[in-house]
Design a protein around this ligand. Sequence first.
Ligand code: DGT
Ligand code: MG
Length: 620
Amino acid sequence: MRVTALTSGLAKTTAARTPRRSDDRVIIHFDYDCFYASVFENANPALKGLPLGVKQKSILATCNYAARARGVKKLQLISEAQKTCPDLVIVNGEDLTPFRDASKKLWTFLRSHSWNGRVERLGLDEVFLDVTDVVAYNQELLNRNALRDSFFQLSRQDPERGFNFDASSFFGCVQPKLDPTSVDSVLDNPVCVRLLLASHLAGYLRLKLEEDFGYTSSGGVSTNKVLAKLAGSVNKPKNQTTLLGLYEDDIKNFMDGHKLRQIPGIGSRIAQLIQDHVLSTKTTADPHDLEIGAGVTVREVRIHPGMSADQLERILDRPGAERGSGEKVWNLLHGVDPSEVKEASDVPTQISIEDTYMSKPLNAPAEIARELRALATSLVRRMRVDLTTVDEVDPSDPASQHQGQPQLRWAAYPKTLRLSTRCRPRLTTTGSTPTPESFSRNSRSQSLPSFVLNLKDESVESVAERLASELLLPLFRRLHVERQGWNLALINICVTNMVMVAGSSESANGAGAGGGRNIARMFRTQEDKLREWTVYDTAPVPDNPTSPSTHDIKNDVHGEEGEATPMEDLVEAAETAVVSLDSDADAWEEEDESQRCHICGHAIPSFALLAHERFHSVED
Ligand code: DGT
Ligand code: MG
């Protein structure tokens, strides 16, 4: 075998077709193991070791590995899971607050190890870390004569902050498996040395996540996001994989082994269009390939006659399709992904809370009023957590001393409030196929009044009450002029258009001591880099004794109308899982699109399609 420089990634003969991969960066991907289940286990260690499932509606959002060993699966119907494992312990995971809080805590820890601030969350339980600079620094420090006694420096300023490691081998697994005689080739290859160093950093951080916070995770190390994420899936749980491109075909072979649908950034709609093309133009039909759901592999697409970036562009050319999709997909098939790990921010660009009512659409004014109040309570509570900061007491500032104790204040505030609703499509039957009549989302915005920002005299509940009655209800009436019968399947309230606030001591005295340090930290992240944190909320509202939880509200409202169907539960539970969507994610954006189910005609978000398809198979 011939060793090549990783940076080329090319065979000369296929240079015209094969995209060029850049291996300048070093990326680590973390995926916490059975995340929701781990949150419950950490809160109640007696659950550890028992088969545990986390329920949302009538499905298991996830289950721990003890349950998986007994045959229980993620997204399984609870009734099925209980048949498979009668002593399965089931806990209710419809309140997302504990998962959100754990996610933020772990992300904050990982972020504290970044030098360049490139730390990106994907959903609640995945994090990308761009460690290019940390690793480059440690590469300089490496002593080839004492590899076994290496020290990884975690801080430029403090040479003692770090950990000892053995640089003569990788931490965790390596893909493809490394022939012991190749170790020297690794050390001669700068890209591989960087990946080796990153494998030790990933191992150290994963160990800290486990020892200090109680969360095991799976890790992937490579030179871009798509490769790091796929590498992380190779050895799960509680393990990690470093993906090397030591030999010319390593990355190609790695990618080839995946189904098209497994590649992050290639959503189900794109995969379906490509698969349809490949199968319809196959010269030697193999009936096995044509099995519904078998799914084509990356290799089958890559070597398909005439396949290229241009060909993919033509295949994907549909109304509304993004230009350049062909090239993007062609790149991904070759493990090429230039998308950056986004910079972390303390402040979201918007906060959005929503709930869905797929099984029992809302129709009566009283239902709407209660839902708006419940959502407003969640929103105000979320704003007070995510958009505020505590001013330190500045000993040199008499005003600050005079107040005596740390003051909560807004680090940023939103200027705009938006209400969006979606009505459930009415199915009409054309022949034997039901087709939805309409499925649109309507929105109205207005400026946010100042009483919402009153931290001193107003409780969360009183602000939420006013927000619901003085703003949201009038907005709702503008959106829906009919008096009732809206068949509402979704309500979303969102605050956006953030304005950053300078600190009190800083705005009064100029940059300086005390609160100024907080503000300086806050301003390191520019407004244009802020991320959207969307929270799909089914959280109870425990602080208001007179108001039932949002989940309870749904039960109250729907109680008389009969049970939800399994499909509605599956779709709704899958939708509930989507937290923290990143609106401007480039390579990953396809995951967030809605698609129509070709069996029943419902518009289903991509992430929910798996659960939805399961419903149809259960029905069959
Ligand atoms: P893993 O990574 O295979 O060890 O297991 P998890 O449970 O960490 O699964 P993952 O990483 O796919 O998703 C993280 C959490 O997000 C998971 O604990 C439950 C939730 N989740 C993921 N997909 C869905 C879904 O389709 N529906 C619902 N309701 N929740 C989901
Ligand atoms: Mg996970």
